[in-house]
Write a protein that binds this ligand. Structure first.
Ligand code: ADP
Ligand code: MG
Length: 465
């Protein structure tokens, strides 16, 4: 294989030839941001910024590229195209993202919301990264056939927000990566232009804020806040169904932003035409840009997701374990992640290797009808710690009673997935926050405390014996 520099100059030569044989527009659109990723023996891999360009090169320009490679001494090769977005990161155009002025002139979060949610009032210097979670990035998103198009569109938006694909409308079932992708766009845009007002909001929150704004007579604040966004990302817009006033408000927000060439990104669990009672005018706005149907990743992609997530926990899983998980959980990546986390936690607590046998027994446990009762769990826990049942259920606050009580809560949560209020009731507590704290505390302490881990493992074993 040639060195990177040789490859680069080879590709520059090829591009030079191509530039002479296609129109300026076509060159800029299809070729300018390509690069040579690999050239060895019979294989040439061309890096392209997105799926659209990939398809176009494959379908239309294959022969041209082959010819030009031949002119440069490369013959009898297979050409592959690979999406390699990082090669083409451009700065956004000045007028599309976030002139400082727009964020400076706009007020902060609506007052009604601040009232409702004190947390949002905390930051006096608004960073305008509202609602974004940095955990969602393009780097940790695994691309496969099911989400390739959505991924490419999102990448393209980061390069030129507000121009192409506006709005972008992503739709598909639960737990397949919609939120992840649209937040990744927001994170990139917010990082690139710290002054930009990049807003991510769930539709439920949007509705709630609007209702509050009406109630507190702050609709002007609400309106002002959203209509001055530079990028507006609205998640799960199906929840706007049936809410006429909010739809009307959203329609105007949409128009204001769209007319100002601000990027709008929307997700939903179904296409606009299938969202009941969605006003026709909103339907047509939503479909006025680019709509993309996302599917659950295929088996191969699910495997890659499992392996990558395991690696982020510093665990390398055997392929059979990876395949087992990816085969058994087919419809929802969130659940797949959950099963993986459960497996890793289970093994860590017991000092086991995450083998196929363990994975299989754990997953089939999950599917097995829950014949355990809360009562059994509490009794077992009390017996393990050798305290009377009356004490664990009673008012005493001694440490040797409190800890077993917390362990019982933890096991109720992990084994029976009971709600916190129910857990509290089962142990004779009135306040469900006690249950939240207890479960959280045991979960954290079990990581550090070997004796506690053993105790939990022991009780579990007894329960399933
Ligand atoms: P949705 O919004 O479609 O319901 P999410 O974006 O919340 O789904 O995804 C659910 C979980 O699965 C998230 O933790 C997300 O990071 C993860 N996930 C989904 N798709 C992928 C992917 N292709 N690569 C990596 N993680 C993914
Ligand atoms: Mg989501």
């Amino acid at each position: 294989m040639g060195t990177v520099m040789q490859q680069n100059s080879l590709w520059q030569a090829v591009l030079g030839e191509i530039e002479l044989s296609v129109s300026r527009g076509n060159f800029v659109t299809w070729f300018k941001n390509t690069c040579l990723l690999k050239q060895s023996g019979e294989e040439v891999v061309v890096g392209v910024p997105n799926i659209f360009i990939k398809q176009q090169l494959e379908r239309k320009y294959g022969n041209l590229i082959t010819d030009m490679l031949r002119k440069n001494g490369i013959t009898d090769v297979n050409i592959r195209y690979k999406i390699a977005p990082t090669t083409t990161q451009q700065r956004p155009t000045e007028d599309t993202v976030a002139p400082e002025a727009s964020s400076a002139s706009s007020s902060g979060r609506p007052t009604a919301d601040t009232y409702r949610n004190p947390k949002s009032g905390n930051s006096l210097a608004h960073s305008y990264r509202q609602g974004l979670n940095e955990r969602y990035t393009f780097e940790n998103f695994i691309v496969g056939a099911s989400n390739e198009l959505a991924f490419a569109a999102c990448q393209a938006i980061t390069q030129q927000p507000g121009t192409k694909y506006n709005p972008l409308f992503l739709y598909g079932g639960v737990g397949i990566g919609k939120t992840h992708l649209i937040q990744a766009v927001g994170n990139i845009l917010a990082a690139r232009q710290p002054g930009a007002k990049v807003l991510y909001i769930s539709t439920e929150q949007f509705v709630q804020e609007f209702v509050d704004a009406l109630r507190f007579r702050k609709t002007a604040d609400f309106t002002g806040y959203y209509r001055t966004a530079d990028v507006l990302i609205v998640d799960d817009v199906q929840f706007i169904a049936g809410k006429e006033k909010v739809q009307e408000e959203f329609f105007h927000t949409f128009n204001a932003l769209h007319q100002a060439n601000k990027q709008i990104i929307i997700s939903a669990d179904k296409p606009p035409k299938d969202i009941p009672t969605l006003e026709a005018r909103l339907q047509s706005r939503f479909t006025g840009g680019m709509s993309i149907d996302m599917q659950i990743p295929d088996l191969e992609t699910r495997c890659a997701i499992v392996q990558t997530k395991a690696q982020s926990h510093n665990v390398v899983l055997e392929q059979d374990v990876v395949e087992y998980l990816a085969t058994n959980i087919q419809t929802n990546i969130r659940e797949l992640e959950g099963a993986l986390n459960q497996l890793l936690a289970f093994c860590e607590m017991r000092g086991l290797e995450p083998t196929l046998v363990v994975a299989a027994s754990l997953l089939s446990d999950n599917k097995r009808p829950k014949h355990l009762s809360s009562k059994q769990i509490i009794e077992r826990t009390a017996r393990h710690f050798q305290i009377p049942l009356d004490d664990i259920l009673g008012p005493k606050r001694d440490k040797d009673i409190v800890v077993p009580r917390q362990v019982a809560m933890y096991i109720l949560r992990t084994e029976l997935h009971l709600s916190f209020p129910k857990i509290a009731r089962e142990l004779g507590r009135k306040d469900h926050t006690t249950a939240i704290h207890s479960v959280d505390k045991i979960e954290r302490e079990a990581q550090l405390d070997g004796t506690l881990r053993m105790a939990i493992a022991d009780i579990r074993e007894q329960l399933y014996a």
